[in-house]
Design a protein around this ligand. Structure first.
Ligand SMILES: Nc1ncnc2c1ncn2[C@@H]1O[C@H](COP(=O)(O)OP(=O)(O)OP(=O)(O)O)[C@@H](O)[C@H]1O
Ligand SMILES: [Mg+2]
Length: 337
């Protein structure tokens, strides 16, 4: 059996791309490339390119080919997929295994086709697509094969998706282009407006992960960092507290809460009462933000909880969806290409 390459699943994320086989992640690398500006030639991909971020001369550019979960640079995405797939492919191929790619819920047919074509070109295998919330539900093992309502929110780097699932399909869902990067932006804007200090996105992300929260915490934390004074242009240290970050994140987080509210509003009442019993599953890197479960519970009156595998469940679900027993059941609910 070792000679047979297996079916693969790929979660092409704004920040990270993860490849899985039989429900296990076998590779994950940043969705990043480094390009030589003059020749438009790719000089590094994945982790190697990420390591160059903020450390390259003017002749090189570190670029992110996905934006808000959809392909912004088709050719670069194709090259990145080709590179990643080579890393996990077995040298001997006896038959052509298939690939399942995840796409955000609600993307346009053009955006979906871009993912399909890029994967076809890069991987030279049959390519299928699955909506991310469905892959996540499989990866978390939500019982959405039953006629009961299950809800999951994927809080990614470039988008957030709230979805209700039942009977192997999505009943109601919504995607907002607000993810971790938009939370970082909100922190950068807050610090510039309130404190006259300019910081870069990696610093904002470090602050968010270090002391960030979605609701005022029981115990206030603080963090010190360096920025650039917006008037003098000189470096200046600043200390911020969790309470200030909660304030900074209020607006983007309310967009996610409101999207979830709209999904619940358009869900049949029988399914909503199941969701109130079972709670809302939270996944994606953004689900690790302290207190995001409490915020959703407080605003919506529905319990929310962090899943065990928030960062990998979408990728795990993509390969699980190819298992014969599962694929036969979900295939009529997969997006067309
Ligand atoms: N402890 C944490 N607290 C808050 N945010 C976090 C934490 N850990 C990671 N993140 C955020 O999670 C985001 C990355 O999540 P994830 O890997 O799910 O994104 P992605 O799948 O690449 O993006 P998308 O699904 O939107 O295309 C980043 O914005 C990162 O800052
Ligand atoms: Mg994701």
């Amino acid at each position: 059996m070792a000679l047979f390459s297996k079916d693969l699943g790929i979660d092409l994320g704004t920040i990270r791309t993860r490849i899985s086989e039989d429900g296990q992640v076998i590779l994950q690398e940043p969705t990043v490339v480094a390009i030589a500006v003059d020749e438009l030639k790719i000089v590094a991909l994945g982790q190697e390119a990420q390591d160059m971020h903020g450390r390259v001369p003017e002749s090189l550019e570190v670029a992110y080919p996905l934006q808000n979960g959809v392909i912004a640079d088709y050719e670069v995405t194709e090259k990145l997929l080709e590179y990643l797939i080579k890393k996990v492919s077995s040298p001997v191929r006896v038959f052509r295994p298939r690939v399942m790619m995840s796409v955000p819920y609600g993307v346009t047919s053009v955006e979906r086709r871009a993912v399909h074509e890029a994967a076809l070109e890069a991987i030279k295998r049959d390519v299928f697509l699955i909506q991310q919330p469905m892959a996540a539900a499989l990866g978390v093992d939500l019982p959405f094969h039953t006629p009961t309502g299950n809800m999951i929110i994927c809080l990614g780097g470039g988008a957030s998706q709230a979805a209700v699932l039942a009977m192997y399909g999505i009943v109601s869902a919504e995607t907002v282009r607000t993810g971790g990067l938009q939370l970082d932006d909100a922190i950068m804007t807050y610090i510039r407006r309130k404190c006259g200090l300019i910081i870069a996105q990696p610093t904002a992300e470090r602050i968010k992960i270090g002391i960030g929260a979605a609701v005022p915490p029981d115990e206030e934390q603080s963090i010190e960092f360096q920025g650039q004074d917006s008037v003098t242009g000189l470096p200046r240290p600043l200390t911020l507290t969790t309470g200030e970050i909660v304030e900074a994140l209020g607006e983007p987080l309310s967009q996610i809460v409101e999207a979830t509210r709209r999904v619940l509003e358009k869900t049949p009442p029988e399914l909503v009462s199941d969701i109130i019993d079972r709670g809302i599953a939270l996944c994606g890197g953004g689900a690790l933000l302290d207190g995001i479960d409490k915020l959703l519970t407080k605003e919506l009156g529905v319990p929310a909880y962090l899943v065990d595998n928030p960062m990998t469940c979408v990728a795990e679900g993509t390969s699980l969806s190819m298992q014969p027993g599962v694929y036969a059941k979900i295939k009529r609910n997969l997006p067309p290409v």
